[in-house]
Design a protein around this ligand. Structure first.
Ligand code: ZN
Length: 455
């Protein structure tokens, strides 16, 4: 989980002060540094837009955070008002920014958590979570988020206003290190609640923890044009007993969310850098038993080339399978990974062991690979598992289930599904109970008639 901390102001911007000497730029920097330490000790990746007293332009803060692919932006501020009795804590969050409204729900979720934690820790007045939009018909950013760091960050973004430095009581507290530590502790607790890190080892095999709908919602924020790849991962992985959510996270790491900054290019359908050794192929790279009608190497090209995305995904799953287990390929599966036979089978049952440096046997997917697997877990999987599935936007959360029936004293179990709290069953099952099912084409009516004499 990559968290961007943005202490407001600083450098030439040091004008915001309390009546007895508190300087907002210094106070929020101190809170940011305390928070950074807490989060790093926990295992989060923390990026700071500034970690000393310096001038950082407003637009630069978000641009920098976007370039580094931050996953949560927290801008740290204390509040000011002309009325010295104004007091309390409030948190602004993404609503409608330059990337549309895709971060709205997630930002709101995290804002609620952090706001609650800050209020609990301080006992300050709860001014609530808020949004602020530009209201000016003449403006190109009319109806968009007013605050630049929120509007321009390509991630859920918050501005925490941690009390009023213009209020003498709150300023007095903000001037103490103990109180600033309390604020940092509260935000850290909020981050832990919003994005719980995985401390134990993460098995590669098993059922996905994140659902397909979560995966699509998650990709929508990061690589919207690749959402359909989630369908492929989630349809291919179960046959191998591999967690689709983990494989998808690894693909996102290997390809930079399919932006392909490295040697392998998007047209190769190679989502995990299979066969990319750092040297381009001479055209004679061995396929090691992989299906030559589906997989090839080409002179001058780095890594394997797969005929289509489905084959590319399956090769990736197979390669993970090679590391995760000593089992043979599932019956009926063709080999697509040209490196399958080169893997020390079963040498990495856990994601965290995919980097050779972290692997008890000293082998792995990545060399030297320090932190390779932990990065997949903490900087990808944690946010995927926290993603909120969208309801009713093309992806439907269908839960298949057995439905028990009793009709005219005859019991049976048929396969139906549950959707948004309701049970659905196909009408065809009624035929077994002596009903006749007909479809009235002209009127689009299903006709169901009971024939008593049928057994
Ligand atoms: Zn401020």
């Amino acid at each position: 989980m990559r968290i961007v901390l943005d202490p407001g102001h600083g450098g030439t911007d040091r004008a915001n002060r309390g009546p007895t000497g508190y300087v907002e730029a210094d106070g929020v920097l101190d809170i940011g540094l305390r928070l950074k330490k807490l989060l790093i000790d926990d295992g989060y990746t923390v990026l700071m837009t500034r970690d000393k007293d310096e001038t950082v332009e407003l637009y630069q803060r978000s641009e920098w955070a976007n370039q580094r692919q931050g996953q949560l932006f927290i801008s740290l501020h204390t509040n000011a008002a002309a009325d010295s009795t104004a007091n309390g804590i409030e948190t602004f969050h993404s609503y409608n920014g330059e990337w549309g409204s895709i971060f709205r729900e997630e930002a709101k979720r995290v804002a609620e958590i952090i706001q609650r934690r800050l209020v609990q820790a301080t006992g300050f007045r709860d001014r609530g979570i808020k949004t602020r939009l530009v209201s000016n018909n003449a403006s190109a950013i009319n109806n968009m988020d007013y605050y630049a760091v929120i509007r321009r960050s390509r991630m859920p973004a918050l501005i925490t206003e941690m009390g009023f430095h213009t209020n003498p009581n709150e300023e007095a507290l903000l001037k103490t290190a103990g109180f600033r530590q309390k604020l940092a502790d509260a935000i850290a607790a909020g981050v832990r609640e919003a994005y719980p890190l995985i401390k134990s080892l993460t098995p590669i095999m098993g059922n996905s923890v994140a659902s397909l709908q979560q995966a699509k919602a998650w990709l929508k924020q990061r690589a919207p044009e690749y959402q359909q790849l989630a369908d492929i991962y989630y349809s291919v992985a179960p046959a191998y007993g591999i967690r689709a959510d983990i494989a998808l996270c690894q693909a996102c790491k290997e390809t930079g969310y399919f932006r392909y900054g490295g040697l392998v290019k998007s047209w190769q359908n190679n989502y995990a850098g299979i066969g990319a050794t750092g040297e381009a192929s001479d055209g004679n790279t061995p396929l090691n038993g992989a299906d030559p009608s589906k997989v090839r190497f080409q002179q001058g090209i780095h890594g394997a080339i797969f005929v289509n995305p489905a084959v590319g995904v399956e090769a990736h799953i197979q390669h993970l399978y090679a590391y995760a287990t000593t089992n043979l390929l599932p019956v009926g599966k063709m080999l697509y990974s040209p490196r399958f036979t080169l893997v020390k089978r079963g040498s990495a049952a856990y994601v965290e062991h995919l980097g050779a440096a972290d692997n008890p046997e000293g082998v792995g997917w990545a060399y030297p690979g320090n932190g390779y697997g932990a990065d997949i877990v903490n900087n990808y999987l944690v946010s995927l598992m926290a993603a909120k599935a969208e309801v009713g936007s093309g992806s439907i959360n269908i839960e298949a289930r057995e439905v028990k029936l009793n009709i005219h004293g005859r019991a049976d179990t048929i396969e139906g599904f549950k959707l948004e709290g309701r049970n659905y069953v196909p009408v065809r099952f009624l035929e077994a109970f002596g009903y006749e099912i007909a479809w009235d084409e002209a009127n689009e009516i299903v006709e169901i008639e009971y024939r008593r004499n049928t057994n």
